[in-house]
Design a protein around this ligand. Structure first.
Ligand code: NAD
Ligand code: UDP
Length: 312
């Protein structure tokens, strides 16, 4: 059945892929964004679609709309961007959550929060299960994002307990793919763009820190299953295949055929040493697991950036 869907952060990397999936499924989509890290270019192909509407709005301000479901994705996700204006990042997570939860409560809409593996901080439990409370610095340079997202999770659970709001919480682990910004600062886009430009590949630290990379299409499938299922979450959505950052750099160099050399820069403060999702709950509750191997996902992301960079 066709539904009216609000997607905050809809012009961003993940939001724009979600807009595509929702429109393809015959829904009406309101895409809301303040264009801090998002781009009209990500959704230009949808602008003339009769079921698609674009709103420039900042979620730290309240808004009145009539929808059936709200996907709350608005928030910069890359450390460079979320640290650029740390207070604004915290406001987006906390005031944005309050505004969107208030809206969901008034109009009786189901609402999903795009939370993050960052709620586990620099984890002492490996891999990370949803029951783990995390190891987070409350006063460091990543805290505006980590603690903002943790506070948003608290608000989601309190609106559920206190006001009966129908919430879903998704803990997203590092996700990559086409439509990331070339200057986004996250590791996959950085390495691919550096390799394609023949620039040095910048590894922070010795490259032994690990991440588990999930392709965007797999993420969106998990997001929709969580929204449409019965479990409120939190549920981890990520790819459990874990790689060191050095291994990622080597794969990108190989797949691009680049002559770029690796250089090492200082590791940023509080950079988590390891990260790998335990996805047993997603498998059991959503019958979800990622399908795209890193090689395959990197290959399609490289093709996207080749086109992007050639058009600049
Ligand atoms: P992104 O930066 O591409 O998208 C975020 C979007 O939100 C952008 O379009 C931006 O302009 C918009 N936005 C930011 N602040 C806003 C505000 N105050 N009001 C309205 N719009 C605002 O990042 P993404 O990777 O697509 O991430 C989407 C969501 O998923 C974010 O909430 C992020 O925290 C979460 N997440 C992503 C990842 C990942 O690896 N991609 C991992 C964990 C969590
Ligand atoms: N990283 C790196 N070089 C870069 C960008 C990132 O070595 O040009 C490292 C970063 O220090 C971290 C990992 O890659 O250990 C993932 O960084 P990203 O910013 O993509 O995400 P997050 O740290 O939030 O997982």
């Amino acid at each position: 059945m066709s539904q009216r869907i609000l997607i905050t952060g809809g012009a961003g990397f993940l939001g724009s892929h979600l807009c595509d999936r929702m429109i393809d499924a015959g829904n009406e989509v309101i895409c809301l964004d303040n264009y801090f890290t998002g781009r009209r270019q990500n959704i230009t192909h949808l602008l003339d679609h009769p079921n698609f509407e674009l709103l420039r709005h900042d979620i730290i301000d309240p808004i009145k709309l009539e929808v059936d479901q709200i996907y709350n994705l608005a928030c910069p996700a890359s450390p460079i961007h979320y640290q650029h204006n740390a207070i604004k990042t915290m406001k987006t997570s906390v005031m944005g959550a309050i505004n969107m939860l208030g809206l969901a409560r008034r109009i009786k809409a189901r609402i999903l929060q795009a939370s993050t593996s960052e709620v586990y901080g620099d984890p002492l439990m490996h891999p990370q299960k949803e029951g783990y409370w995390g190891h987070v610095n409350p006063i460091g340079i990543r805290s505006c994002y980590d603690e903002g997202k943790r506070c948003a999770e608290t608000l989601f659970m309190d609106y559920k307990r206190q006001n009966g709001v129908d919430v879903r919480i998704m803990r997203i682990f590092n996700t990559y793919g086409p439509r990331m910004n070339a200057d986004d600062g996250r590791v996959v886009s950085n390495f691919i763009v550096q390799a394609l430009r023949g620039e040095e590949i910048t590894i922070y630290g010795d490259g032994s820190q690990t991440r588990s990379f999930c392709y965007c299409d797999d993420n969106i499938e998990g997001m929709i299953r969580l929204m449409d299922g019965d479990h409120p979450g939190p549920i981890n959505i990520g790819n459990p295949n874990e790689f060191t950052i050095l291994e990622l750099a080597e794969q990108v160099i190989e797949l691009t055929g680049s002559s770029s050399k690796i250089s090492h820069l200082p590791i940023p403060q509080d950079d988590p040493k390891q990260r790998q999702p335990d996805i047993s709950l997603a498998k059991a509750e959503l019958d979800w697991r990622p399908k795209t191997e890193l090689r395959e996902g990197l290959t399609s992301t490289i093709s996207y950036f080749e086109k992007e960079l050639s058009e600049k």
